[in-house]
Design a protein around this ligand. Structure first.
Ligand code: HEM
Length: 441
């Protein structure tokens, strides 16, 4: 009976329930029976073992993966086996280190434009602003520039409207996401949003075929000219990348700003580091790397440890799997929890304390434990393909916000996460341009 309650609530209040299951029954739990079997893994050593199992032992295109309705059947997130390997190879070529370095000036430019708009709206006053939508527009602009350059980025408002509809759908209780053909229902709205996104991406593919930009940083253009994927496959990957680059990054950015602004002394240290890395704001912003933004990088890491997007990742076993000495029968949905791993007291001292310096000069033993328990981007052959981009992007945005703005918390409570891991209530912060004496609004 308790099991049915857990299963029902796990998909409506995932963070709370997964923590409750862990506290009551331990970090490795098998729930349900027959075709509705679920293994919850919170022990970092067991998860680490899971990541080293052959990819063929699992399937991502399982019956509970409702994402296919909007990322498409050919998406990396919903494909398996040889198709997945081929698609991943093609997309990964677009995210090389060299390309990511080439995007840094654009990320800085977009971040500055976003801060300029914010400063203008503050108009010399100290006002409370919800930085969640501000950050969401910024990361959308960045991912569209990465994928399709300025032309695709021009369509950001249209794309944003569709993504919000899809985001609302993903936030629905799991049962309401099941593919029931009800006219005007949530599924019909998702299909319409998806068709609009298809048209936007198709326009761009057609334009590249006639008149390529010749910009080697443009991921969509590189996919079209490489000729390894069909147009339908390219479309599904681009929509996947827009969603993957939008939803987790914007939720993470909201947490990063909230936690960095609320940790005593941290915001000033971030601002000093950014001054040293970028030079004074008035001198303009010469292109730079995030190499010297060590504190910003650690702050991002610490925030992702405590507030990873998603309470757990999911895959289904297609054969019996042994992970960390536990036997997981085939046809079990495995929920590995980055949320639990990041808060495990065996791996992190005083785990709920927000402390970016815990990642500074770790002993070899601490570093080995952290490698196992810091898994916001997953691990193994299906790890996050945008990991390096996300880490650099979030560190740069944080550093530039700290250099140009003073942000102060409006309350002392750490908010609860929504089902999709955004902070409940957004990211309200009191903002002032740095160095100005504000008037309270
Ligand atoms: C803070 C930001 C992000 C976090 C925490 C994050 C996390 C994750 C996680 C946990 C997975 C699943 C791993 C698994 O199922 O084992 C994943 C997959 C993926 N992510 Fe990210 N992600 C982020 C940003 C991005 C960005 C910016 C992009 C690209 C623009 C991206 C592209 C992808 C793709 C394509 C996959 C599927 C990989 C595959 O199945 O082969 N992600 N991400």
């Amino acid at each position: 009976m308790a099991q049915v309650g857990y299963l029902r609530r796990l998909f409506t209040q995932p963070h709370r329930v997964i923590q409750e299951i862990n506290d009551r029954h331990g970090p490795v739990v098998l729930l349900g029976a027959g075709p509705a079997r679920l293994a919850i893994l919170g022990d970092p050593a067991v998860i680490s073992d899971l990541f080293t199992e052959p990819t063929e032992s699992f399937r991502w295109n399982h019956r509970f993966n409702t994402l296919a309705q909007w990322v498409g059947e050919d998406s990396l997130l919903t494909s398996d086996g040889a198709d997945h390997r081929r698609r991943r190879r093609a997309v990964q070529a677009g995210f090389s280190r060299r390309r990511i370095s080439g995007w840094i000036p654009m990320i800085r430019r977009e971040t500055d434009a976003s801060i300029d708009r914010l400063v203008e709206s503050l108009d010399g006053t100290r006002a409370t602003v919800d930085l969640y939508p501000v950050g969401r527009s910024l990361v959308l602009e960045i991912v569209l520039q990465v994928l399709g350059g300025p032309r695709l980025a021009q369509r950001a408002p249209e794309v944003d409207a569709q993504l919000r509809m899809l985001q609302d759908f993903i936030e629905l209780p799991a049962l309401r996401q099941l593919p029931l053909p009800i006219p005007g229902g949530p599924r019909a709205r998702v299909q319409e949003a998806r068709r609009t996104l298809d048209r936007i991406v198709d326009d761009e593919i057609a334009r590249i075929r006639i008149n390529p930009d010749g910009d080697e940083r443009n991921v969509l253009e590189s996919l079209v000219t490489a000729g390894e994927l069909t147009d339908a496959e390219i479309r599904d990957q681009v929509i996947t990348l827009i969603g993957a680059g939008y939803d987790p990054s914007s939720a993470s950015l909201a947490w990063i700003l909230l936690r960095a602004a609320a940790t005593p002394g941290l915001w000033d240290r971030l601002a000093e580091e950014a001054d040293a890395a970028f030079g004074p704001v008035e001198d303009g912003t010469p292109p730079g790397t995030s190499g010297s933004l060590d504190l910003a990088d650690r702050t991002v890491r610490e925030s992702l440890r405590l507030h990873p997007p998603g309470a757990f990742g999911a895959r289904e076993t297609v054969v019996d799997v042994i992970a960390g000495g536990y036997r997981i029968p085939r046809h079990t949905l495995v929920a590995w929890s980055t949320h639990l791993a990041g808060r495990d007291p065996q791996y992190w001292s005083d785990p709920l304390r927000f402390d970016p310096d815990r990642h500074l000069n770790p002993t070899p033993e601490q570093a080995a434990l952290a490698r196992m328990a810091w898994i916001p981007y997953g691990g193994g052959s299906r790890n996050c393909l945008g990991f390096a981009l996300a880490q650099i992007e979030l560190s740069l945005i944080l550093a530039r916000f700290a250099q140009r703005l003073r942000l102060e918390p409006v309350g002392s409570e750490v908010p609860q996460p929504t089902r999709r891991s955004r902070p409940q209530g957004g990211a309200p912060l009191r903002g002032t341009p740095r160095g100005e004496t504000p008037v309270d609004r």
